[in-house]
Design a protein around this ligand. Sequence first.
Ligand SMILES: NC(=O)c1ccc[n+]([C@@H]2O[C@H](COP(=O)([O-])OP(=O)(O)OC[C@H]3O[C@@H](n4cnc5c(N)ncnc54)[C@H](OP(=O)(O)O)[C@@H]3O)[C@@H](O)[C@H]2O)c1
Length: 270
Amino acid sequence: MPSYAVIGGSRGIGLELVRQLAMSADNTVFATVRNKSSSTYLNELVAKSTLSNIHVLEAEVTDHRTLKAAAAAVAKVTNGSLDVLIHNAARMELANAYRGLTDYEDDDKLDTEFLDSFKVNVLGAIHAVNAFLPLLRKGSAKKIAVIGSEGGTPEFVWKLRLSNMAAYGTTKAAENLVAVKYAALLEPEGFTVVGICPGFVDTSSTAVEKPDDTIMSILGGLVARLPAISTNFTLISTEASVTRILSLVDSISTKDNGSFIEYVEYKKDD
Ligand SMILES: NC(=O)c1ccc[n+]([C@@H]2O[C@H](COP(=O)([O-])OP(=O)(O)OC[C@H]3O[C@@H](n4cnc5c(N)ncnc54)[C@H](OP(=O)(O)O)[C@@H]3O)[C@@H](O)[C@H]2O)c1
C-alpha cells in the first residue's frame, strides 16, 4: 500500500496529482489544502471516488505547526510512515506573479512580495519536508519530489529574457536549491530527492483568478518567444504534465538523488 502526500492538492497540478494517484486502489493519498471547504474541485473528486483512498488535511505551508499537525494525522492512518512526498504548493497570485523588479508601486510592496513568496516557495518547502521527514524515514520508498520551475533557472530566464515573474522565479530558484540541500543531507539514509519541472501547464480550468489584459499580454509575449529557444515548451494539459511527473516519481531511484529534472528541451543552436 504505497502512501503519497501531495502538499497543495486543491487545484491545478496538485489536484491532478491526487486524481491520478488515487486511481490505483493500492495507493493511499494524502492531500493537504489550505482550506477544506473552499477546495471545491478536490471535494468533488473525493465525493466521486469509489476507492475511499484520498485523505484531505488542512495545512498552510507558511505555518509549520499546521504541517506538523497534518503529518501527525497521516501517521495515525499509516502507522507512522509515508513513502513519497510531493511538494507542489507555490505562491502564484496573478497580481504579483508577473511583475518584474521595477514594476512595484514602491519598494515596500516589492519587499512584501519577495518576503511573502520566500515564505511560501522556500520556507514552505522546507517546513513541509521537515514535518514529514520522520514519517518518510519509516517509509519504504524514501522519495521526495519538489515541483520546480524552469522559471527558477538562470538558463531559461536568460534565454527567454524573462525579466518579469521576479519574486516567483527568484524564490523558485531558491526552492530548486532546497531540494538539492535535502538530497545531500539525506543521501546517507538512502533517500531520493529530486526537483521536477512540470512544463508549461494549463491550469485554467481550476484557477481561482482570471488573468487580466496586462497579464494576457505579458503571457502572449512570453509564449511568442518560446519557439525561438525550445523545441517542446508549449502549453500542455495537467493530465499530460502529471502523467509524466508520476512516471518520473515511479522510476527514480537513489542514482537520481540530487537531480533537477527539467521539462524544456532547448534548441541546439540557441
Ligand atoms: N502551471 C505551470 O505552468 C507551472 C510551470 C512551472 C512550475 N509550476 C509549479 O507547479 C506547482 C503547481 O503549480 P500550479 O500551476 O498547479 O499552481 P496553482 O494552480 O496556482 O495551484 C497552487 C497550489 O498551491 C497551493 N498554495 C498556494 N499557497 C499556499 C500556501 N501558502 N500554503 C499551502 N498551499 C498553498 C494552492 O492552494 P489554495 O487552493 O489554497 O490556494 C494550490 O493548491 C508549483 O510549484 C509551480 O511553481 C507550474
